[in-house]
Design a protein around this ligand. Structure first.
Ligand SMILES: C[S@@+](CC[C@H](N)C(=O)[O-])C[C@H]1O[C@@H](n2cnc3c(N)ncnc32)[C@H](O)[C@@H]1O
Length: 171
């Protein structure tokens, strides 16, 4: 994980709140360990929440219906897509964190679906003519970070205004 990873459930809730639909290209230019692009890819490929999990507590209930459960799992797997409807991008200036993001994507079997790049925000271009940007910028939790934040937030504003005129920044 990166230094300040989002909880997966929180990242997923942000995507819902943003009303992002998977046919819209997605970019997180401050992606850290990749939580937002990974959650976006799971949604985009219609991978059911919890499908990676092997065991649930309710499987030990007395009236647990194994056949029904297996039917539901099969149905969920059959509903998965093999390709994303639109591309998903993530970038971060920190090469070690991008390696971590790649490793997390690989762990979820999503490596080929998410384009992760090591890039400073100042170099990022919107990779398509439309799309949504959702990111979780540093907010000064660590000592020393606060001084750098003014410059970073100014850069965020400049980059969004000048390069992403038709994007819908949300963070
Ligand atoms: C709060 S963390 C994001 C955490 C991420 N959502 C996760 O779940 O792992 C903010 C990220 O912004 C990155 N960052 C800070 N300044 C940057 C810049 N100028 N360009 C690109 N990335 C930057 C940091 O490297 C850090 O990974």
């Amino acid at each position: 994980m990166g230094l300040a990873p989002l909880k997966e459930t929180f990242a997923s809730a942000l995507l819902e709140l943003a009303e992002w639909q998977p046919d819209l290209p997605f970019l997180d230019p401050l992606c850290g360990s990749g939580t937002l692009p990974i959650e976006a890819a799971l949604k985009g490929l219609n991978i059911a929440p919890g499908l990676y999990r092997k065991k649930f507590g309710f499987q030990r209930w007395k009236d647990f219906d194994r056949d029904l459960w297996e039917e539901l799992i099969t149905e969920a797997k059959e509903g998965q897509l093999s390709q994303l409807p639109a591309p998903i991008f993530g970038s971060d200036r920190d090469s070690d964190i991008i390696k971590q993001a790649r490793s997390n994507a690989r762990f979820c079997n999503l490596e080929r679906h998410i384009q992760l790049m090591q890039k400073d925000l100042s170099e990022v271009e919107l990779p398509s003519d439309r799309g949504i940007i959702i990111c979780n910028p540093p907010y000064g939790k660590r000592i020393g970070e606060v001084d750098e934040l003014g410059g970073l937030y100014k850069l965020l504003g400049d980059v969004f205004k000048q390069r992403f005129k038709d994007g819908r920044p949300m963070f």
